[in-house]
Design a protein around this ligand. Structure first.
Ligand code: DQA
Length: 142
């Protein structure tokens, strides 16, 4: 089983960015831990982060035919990007949407996601554990 983790806008700043909301771990810390978990679960993982919507879309296209699951935290693109939704639907790869914070407990403009109604699951408010829970779900499912 091949899993692609995608993190979008501003998530390269994790650990430094509003740590009271997003936690103190860097994205590298989080991904290192996910890689360890994936090894135990016999899953193959790839990790991608970009602040550019187009690069994320291109990476999703590259996943077509070689990826069983996408775990995606699009950052603010969650609330803005029809193009990202279309890319995920276009490649027909099941995906899980993750947010570190509980987007429903925050500003109204974060309550809507262009992805959620098409996601297998949406995890929000669990911090970095959301990525791990997604991985564990995928391992148990396949
Ligand atoms: C986020 C929530 C988004 O609203 C925000 O724009 C982010 C991070 C989260 O992980 O909680 O950049 O996706």
């Amino acid at each position: 089983t091949n899993v692609l983790f995608i993190n979008g806008a501003n998530l390269n700043l994790l650990g430094k960015r509003e740590p009271h909301i997003y936690g103190s771990q860097s994205l590298d810390d989080i991904n290192l831990h996910l890689q360890e978990q994936a090894n135990k679960l016999n899953l193959v993982c790839h990790f991608f982060q970009s602040n550019s919507e187009g690069e994320i879309i291109n990476r999703i296209h590259q996943a077509m035919g070689n990826t069983d699951y996408i775990v995606i935290n699009p950052g603010a693109f969650t609330h803005t990007s029809v193009a990202l939704r279309d890319a995920l639907l276009g490649v027909n790869i099941p995906f899980i949407e993750v947010h570190l914070s509980n987007i429903h407990a925050r500003e109204a403009f974060r309550h809507h996601s262009y992805l959620s109604d098409k996601a297998v699951a949406v995890l929000c408010g669990l911090g970095a554990y959301g990525y791990e829970a997604a991985l564990s779900f995928i391992a148990n499912k396949r």
